[in-house]
Ligand binder design. Sequence first.
Ligand SMILES: [Zn+2]
Length: 390
Amino acid sequence: MTVGVWLSLVEHLHGVQGVASSNPATPTLLAARRGLAAAAAAVLLAGCGARTSPPGYDSAEEKAELRHQVAYAIARREAQRARVQDVADAIKLANPEICGDFIEPHLGIELWSLPARGRLEETAREVYEQDYGLDGAARIRRVSPNGAAAAAGLRAGDALLAINGAEAKGSSRGLRAAAQRLAANPDYLPVTLRLRRDGREFERAVEPRAACRSEVGIAPGAEINAYANGSQVGIARGMLNFVESDEELAFVVGHEIAHNVMDHVDITRGNMLIGSILGGLLDIAAASGGVYTGGAISSAGMEAGRRLKSVELEAEADYIGLYMLHNAGFDISGGADFWRRMGAEGGNLYASTTHPTTPQRFIAMRKTIAEIEAKAARGEPVLPTPADGR
Ligand SMILES: [Zn+2]
């Protein structure tokens, strides 16, 4: 007879916490250890095998393996972040024309530094110091491959010493101030950055490029979903695991950026989300735009008037998103099939009050792709057809 109890492999699957988190890896290890203990107990309880003697380990081995796993988790997280940012930047930089007034000066760099002691678990701190060269200085975390900073020769790991002559500091307040100084450039003037690399100081002038405005990040949560709030886009971790290629990720990112560009999101509702995407808390109920709601958003008490309009807005985000992808050089031919996979995952196959059904989306996408290809073949500008013209 089978005993109706399941033992899980680990207690929880923890995501790696942010740079400023307190304890990135230890819970996972503890949970794994508890899981193994539970498995061992189950063997004893089952009583059908002789007792065994699994190999032991000493604390030095454990410490070394912890460091290895923390380094792996951080590297994986950085790679996922970079993947999302690279896709987002490609879309944003290729579409200032579609985005109209909804653009901003884009340098294509992100900054980071080592948080103050006590704000980071010690093993993680060691990894950030040794593997990423992080210290108290403001450093370049990532350079966007097609951005202005890459063209000016900046590299990840460079220490940022000054912006237009003003000192840049690595404290959290200093990083915020530096980011604000870099963003506050309405006339798109070249920015002079003083940098240090391998002990040598130098200056580079970086000319910002026009890009669609939207901060894009990874949101916590296993759901296959993504969100837009008017100024930010959050891609849930579950969606990141669901997409099978950068093209598929781009369909999702482009759709959400389109919501922001087209001002689809109720600004007051959107404000509830500001600052929360990268901070770790995402209120699903507050997110108006979503690729795949699974009822989560419709059940959140949205007013009927907005719900009626919502299907149209989702269709428009799909439509404009595809144009953005084409202009960014992504292969959009698989876009429609992506919605078949979404439908297979339990998406809105039959009916939805907030989104087109996945069959409706599939058909609309296929027709949009044909429309885009026809415009490109005729040598016309590949821009969405305005509501009043053909
Ligand atoms: Zn949407």
